[in-house]
Design a protein around this ligand. Structure first.
Ligand SMILES: O=C(O)c1ccccc1NCC(=O)[C@H](O)[C@H](O)COP(=O)(O)O
Length: 209
């Protein structure tokens, strides 16, 4: 199972977390987030770490500028972006696209169908007050009705306390297309700064599952 560490902001912490070699590292390009990368620098990272830019209803132009400036390999769309927006993005930029969806108990997974041709992954996050980084998990068994073969990221409030539930999930049919686990606020010292020891502990446990 792959790991994405999201909401990275500061150079030193990016380098510390980079040393753990997560598969993906996420950077927030949404001004209202406490994790907004603003004009912070992103240091050179190992080629094995995919840099993900997270956007909320940004324009194609702004995404393009960020992709080129920060050499992003992946773009995560975390707002109300449409299939046709994903199609345009796919045509104009050589990046992988993750379309994120906020999940509540009534979420209708059939919505993913229209996006399938234009994205590489889906990401399922918990619906909350904020577009992302709410720190709460949704009911993962809802993914039993996931109608697609497209790999997805499991996201929302995952912490070291989630290990038992994760184990159960990973052995269930709901996890069949789960590509990666997304970690964010539950591994933070303050917004944008990750606790490296906690991340290390999570990685080690994940390897044993
Ligand atoms: O993290 C943010 O501040 C954020 C703000 C706006 C849009 C997306 C954002 N995060 C995207 C992510 O992929 C997070 O990892 C995801 O929402 C889960 O966060 P958490 O519930 O804190 O684990």
């Amino acid at each position: 199972m792959k790991v994405k560490v999201c909401g990275m902001k500061y150079m030193d912490n990016i380098l510390q977390v980079g040393a753990l070699q997560p598969d993906y590292m996420g950077f927030i390009f949404y001004k209202n987030s406490t994790r907004y990368i603003a004009n912070e620098l992103i240091p050179a990272l190992s080629q094995n770490i995919n840099k993900v830019g997270v956007f909320v209803d940004a324009s194609l132009k702004d995404i393009e500028i960020a992709v080129h400036k920060y050499h992003l390999q992946v773009v995560q769309l975390h707002g109300e972006e449409t299939p046709s927006f994903c199609k345009s993005l796919q045509k104009s930029l050589n990046v992988k696209i993750i379309k994120a969806f906020p999940v509540n108990d009534y979420f209708d997974f059939s919505i993913v169908r229209d996006f399938e041709p234009y994205v590489s992954f889906f990401l399922f996050d918990t619906q909350g007050k904020l577009p992302g980084g709410n720190g709460y998990s949704f009911n993962w068994s809802l993914l039993e009705s996931y109608p697609s073969n497209k790999p997805f990221f499991l996201s929302g409030g995952i912490s070291l306390d989630s290990i038992e539930s994760l184990k159960k999930f990973m052995y269930s049919s709901a996890a069949k297309h789960c590509h990666a686990i997304d970690l964010n606020s539950r591994f933070e010292v303050i917004p944008g700064v990750k606790d490296v020891e906690k991340l290390k502990a999570f990685q080690q446990i994940l390897q044993t599952l």
